[in-house]
Design a protein around this ligand. Structure first.
Ligand code: C2E
Ligand code: CA
Ligand code: CA
Ligand code: CA
Length: 279
């Protein structure tokens, strides 16, 4: 008979295999969803409030996956798997297309918006990304200055030289580059100085409890100051309360994003929200 130890090793391996198969199944389903484009995948939009002008001139696009059985798969899970499997390239292409189409539709309705798209290191490393983006901008008649690309410090470091080269090209054509989740990565301030970026997006972990935490307030206000000294625009994500919003306004943060203003919603709901706000 197998010893207890052997049994638990075997069970552990069986569990691992099961997890592995589950991941493969999700990737496969995602591939199908992208190929069929049958509405399982869609984009939600979350407004970013311009704190100086008190207007909404930007949104972040956030992908959603609602399977045909009605269940949701979290983006954290399937984006991670798409990155590991290489499917992210195709997925990002799909997102770019949806968002540009939306910007064109909004403009036809008289609404000029800037949209942020989340990208990964792989997207930027891919040789065709820039030409794809230029082609899509042309096709949907969208200005490069209507697009922000958000990527994390970690993504920048993964393939640093190539990514920096690509970011420089993108910035040159007028695309805005934003460092997402700023403050939780391990990049040095020296690095920040070298990066071809326009915007810092302070991670929500510093913002969620802003009004209760002296330390967070110190970190956030000095990050905003630093960003401004480096000529960058600063966005705070995870703004869930009126008091956080007010503090950020006092600290001269440029944009605020979070549930206090709006959750990520469909394009129609976003337009309704905007109309109610302006009314
Ligand atoms: P992220 O880019 O940091 O996006 C911000 C996340 O915070 C979103 O989660 C958003 O719904 C959530 N959030 C917004 N306001 C608040 C708030 O006030 N409080 C709290 N607690 N959370 C807030 P979501 O939509 O689940 O997305 C998770 C992550 O998945 C994103 O993090 C991003 O890394 C990735 N992701 C989402 N859509 C895309 C996409 O189209 N492409 C890629 N590559 N990644 C995406
Ligand atoms: Ca983001
Ligand atoms: Ca973020
Ligand atoms: Ca994140």
């Amino acid at each position: 008979a197998a010893s207890k130890e052997q049994q638990s090793v075997r069970m552990y391996q069986a569990g691992e295999d099961e997890e592995h198969l589950k991941r493969l199944a999700i990737i496969d389903e995602l591939k199908q969803a992208l190929k069929n484009d049958d509405g399982q995948l869609y984009i939600n939009y979350q407004p970013k409030l311009n704190l100086e002008k008190n207007t909404v001139d930007k949104v972040e696009s956030l992908i959603r996956w609602k399977k045909l059985d009605g269940s949701f798969v979290s983006p954290e899970l399937f984006i991670g798997l798409a990155e590991k499997s290489g499917l992210i390239i195709e997925l990002t292409h799909w997102v770019v297309k949806q968002v540009l189409m939306q910007l064109q539709n909004w403009r036809n309705d008289g609404l000029m918006m800037t949209a942020a798209i989340n990208v990964s290191a792989q997207d930027l490393s891919h040789s065709e990304f820039l030409s794809f983006l230029l082609n899509q901008l042309d096709q949907f008649d969208v200005n490069p200055d209507q697009i922000t690309l958000e990527l994390t410090e970690r993504d920048i470091m993964i393939n640093e030289d190539l990514v920096i080269e690509r970011l420089t090209q993108l910035k040159k054509i007028g695309i805005t580059i934003s460092v997402d989740d700023y403050g939780i990565g391990q990049s040095s301030l020296g690095k920040l100085k070298q990066l071809p970026v326009d915007e810092l997006k302070i991670d929500k972990s510093f913002i969620l409890k802003l009004s209760e935490s002296d330390k967070d307030q110190k970190i956030v206000s000095s990050t905003i100051e630093l960003g401004h000294k480096l000529g960058l625009s600063v966005v705070a994500e995870g703004v869930e309360t009126e008091s956080s919003l007010q503090l950020l306004q006092t600290m001269k943060c440029n944009h605020a994003q979070g549930y206090y203003l709006s959750r990520p919603v469909s394009s129609n709901e976003f337009v309704e929200w905007l109309q109610q706000r302006d009314a």
